[in-house]
Design a protein around this ligand. Structure first.
Ligand code: NAD
Length: 494
C-alpha cells in the first residue's frame, strides 16, 4: 500500500507492506486470501491486504513457540527485552507523523487528535512497559520452621491478542507492551477494519532488535483468524478487546480447547452524573468529550448522562450548543477545520443510525443531530436525546456512536439506582464540588473505573477494565504484569 498525501496537515508518502508478518518476515497467506480496507471518510476502498487462515495462525504459533524457547522468554534478560521495547518506542516517535496519518486514514479520526492523543498514549505505553521488563518481582513468604517459599511471575509462553478498530494502535500497545515485557511471545490479530498501523509497527520490529517470531501479526477476518487463535491448543492465553458477543465466543473457545487463560475488555453503557453543585463549565467540557470523543466509538463513553434537576435545562442547552460546535467543515480527517469525523464502517454507520431512529420512534426528543451528515463517508451528527426512559434501547444498549441520552434526577440515592441498572460495569463519571459525595458515589457505582470532575482520561500507569459484563481482568499499570504472567510458588526445605 502506497499513498502520497498533500494536505494542509500532512504531506508525505505513506507506505505499508500488506502481507502477514510471521517469524520476522513478510509472507503471503498459505491460501492466498485478501480483503478490502475502506476509507471511512469517502466510503471507498483504500487498499487490499492479506487475509490469513488457521494455517497461517499455526505457522505463526510455531514461530512464536520457537522464539519463546530459544531467543526471548526467560532466555533473554528482562533488561534486554526492555531495550527492544524502548527502541521500538523511539522508532514510533521518529515515525509519529506517518503513524498518525495512517491511523487518521484508517479510522477517520482527525489527524491532530491521532498525532497527539493516540500517539502520546501508544508511545508512552510501550516505553512504560520497556521500563517494567527488568522489574518484575515475586514475594518471599515465611512459612513453618525450616521452610521458605517464594513466588515467581513467569510468562505464559505464546499469547494471542485480538484487538478492535476504535484505537487500533493504542490497543496494540496495551497488549504487546506488557505481554512482551514479561517474556511472552505474541500472535496478534488487528481488526479487519483498521490493519494499517499494526502493519507499520511490524515494519519497525526488526530494526528495534526483536528476534524473529517474538511478535507475529496475522491479519484476517474475525471468525477465521480470531477463532483460530481462540481455539489454538498451543496458545496459553488470549487477551481480547471487543464486543461482548465475541468475548463470549472467546471464553467458549477456551473451554472447548485447552482452558487457556482469557482476559476480556468489552463494552460499556457508562453513566456520567452531573450534580447541581458541579463546576458547570468543567462538567460541560468533559461530558462533551466523554460522549462525542472519537465519534462516540469509545468503550468508556459516558453515554447515559444524568443531570440533577436544578441545572438540567441549562445543561441540555449548553451540551446542545457544544454538539453543534463540533460539526464544522467536511469531516475530512486531514482538514484543519474538522472536529468530528466519520464512523469507522458502513456497518457501524447503519448500526448507529438504527439506534437513532429507534430513539426517535420510542418518543425521545432530539435537541441536536439525529441525521447522517452528507458526503459519501460514514458521517453521523453528534446527537443528543432528552426525555429518555430507562427501557428505551438508546438507554439500555451500547451504541458505539456519538449519541447521548440525557436523563433528569433528584437525589443521590435515586441516581445510584438508575446508574447501576445495567448489565455493564465499565466506567462512570461524577461531577460535584462536594468531596464526600464524590467519594461516596465512586464507591457506590458498579464500575471498574470512576472519573471525578474529569472523564475518559486513561493513563498507562493506572489499571483499566470493567466489572459485570464489561470484562474480566485489568490491563495497564502493574496489573497488566499479573495479567500476562502465571505465579509459581517455590517451596524450599531449608
Ligand atoms: P468485535 O468484537 O466485533 O471485534 C473485535 C475483534 O475480534 C476484531 O479483531 C474481530 O476481527 C475479532 N473477532 C470477530 N469475531 C471473532 C471470533 N468469532 N473469534 C475471535 N475473534 C473475532 O468488536 P469491534 O466491533 O471491533 O469493536 C467494538 C466493541 O469493542 C465495542 O463493543 C466496544 O465497547 C468494545 N471495546 C472495548 C474496549 C475496552 O477496553 N473495554 C475498548 C475498545 C472497544
Amino acid at each position: 500500500f502506497k499513498l502520497t498525501l498533500d494536505t494542509d496537515l500532512y504531506k508525505g508518502t505513506l507506505s505499508v507492506n500488506t502481507g502477514l508478518f510471521i517469524n520476522g518476515e513478510w509472507v503471503k497467506p498459505v491460501e492466498g486470501g485478501t480483503h478490502d480496507v475502506y476509507n471511512p471518510s469517502t466510503g471507498k476502498v483504500l487498499t487490499k491486504i492479506s487475509a490469513g487462515s488457521s494455517k497461517d495462525v499455526d505457522i505463526a504459533v510455531n514461530a512464536a513457540k520457537k522464539a519463546f524457547k530459544t531467543t526471548w522468554g526467560l532466555h533473554m534478560p528482562g533488561s534486554d527485552r526492555g531495550k527492544c521495547l524502548l527502541k521500538l518506542a523511539d522508532l514510533m516517535e521518529k515515525h509519529r507523523d506517518e503513524l498518525a496519518a495512517l491511523e487518521a486514514l484508517d479510522v477517520g479520526k482527525p489527524y491532530p487528535v491521532a498525532w497527539r492523543a493516540d500517539l502520546n498514549a501508544s508511545i508512552g505505553t510501550i516505553r512504560y512497559y520497556g521500563g517494567w521488563a527488568d522489574k518484575v518481582q515475586g514475594k518471599t513468604i515465611e512459612t513453618t520452621e525450616n521452610k521458605l517459599a517464594y513466588t515467581r511471575h513467569e510468562p505464559y509462553g505464546v499469547v494471542g491478542c485480538i484487538i478492535p478498530w476504535n484505537f487500533p494502535l493504542l490497543m496494540l500497545t496495551w497488549k504487546i507492551g506488557p505481554a512482551l515485557a514479561v517474556g511472552n511471545t505474541v500472535v496478534l490479530k488487528p481488526s479487519e477494519n483498521t490493519p494499517l498501523t499494526a502493519l507499520r509497527i511490524a515494519g519497525l520490529l526488526n530494526e528495534a532488535g526483536f528476534p524473529p517470531g517474538v511478535l507475529n501479526i496475522v491479519n484476517g477476518l474475525g471468525p477465521v483468524v480470531g477463532e483460530a487463535i481462540a481455539y489454538h491448543p498451543e496458545i496459553r492465553k488470549v487477551a481480547f478487546t471487543g464486543s461482548i458477543l465475541v468475548g463470549r465466543k472467546i471464553q467458549e473457545a477456551s473451554a472447548k480447547s485447552n482452558l487457556k487463560s482469557v482476559s476480556l475488555e468489552l463494552g460499556g453503557k457508562n453513566p456520567n452524573i452531573i450534580f447541581d453543585d458541579c463546576d458547570f463549565e468543567q462538567a460541560l467540557k468533559w461530558a462533551s468529550i466523554g460522549v462525542f470523543g472519537n465519534m462516540g466509538q469509545v468503550c468508556t463513553a459516558g453515554t447515559r448522562i444524568f443531570v440533577q434537576e436544578g441545572i438540567h435545562d441549562k445543561f441540555v442547552a449548553a451540551l446542545t450548543a457544544a454538539a453543534q460546535g463540533l460539526q464544522t467543515g467536511t469531516g475530512d480527517p486531514f482538514s484543519k477545520t474538522t472536529k468530528h469525523g466519520p464512523q469507522v464502517s458502513q456497518i457501524q454507520f447503519e448500526r448507529v443510525m438504527g439506534y437513532i431512529n429507534d430513539g426517535k420512534a420510542a418518543g425521545a426528543t432530539v435537541t441536536f443531530g439525529g441525521e447522517a451528515h452528507g458526503g459519501d463517508g460514514y458521517f453521523v451528527q453528534p446527537t443528543i436525546f432528552t426525555d429518555c426512559k430507562p427501557d428505551m434501547k438508546i438507554v439500555k444498549e451500547e451504541i458505539f456512536g456519538p449519541v447521548a441520552a440525557i436523563m433528569k434526577f433528584k437525589t443521590e440515592e435515586e441516581v445510584v439506582e438508575m446508574a447501576n441498572d445495567t448489565s455493564y460495569g465499565l466506567a462512570c463519571g461524577i461531577f460535584t464540588e462536594n468531596v464526600s459525595r464524590a467519594i461516596r458515589m465512586s464507591h457506590a457505582l458498579e464500575a471498574g473505573m470512576a472519573w471525578v470532575n474529569c472523564y475518559g482520561t486513561s493513563e498507562y500507569q493506572v489499571p483499566f477494565g470493567g466489572n459485570k459484563q464489561s470484562g474480566i481482568g485489568r490491563e495497564l499499570g502493574e496489573y497488566a504484569i499479573d495479567l500476562f504472567t502465571e505465579v509459581k510458588a517455590v517451596h524450599i526445605n531449608v
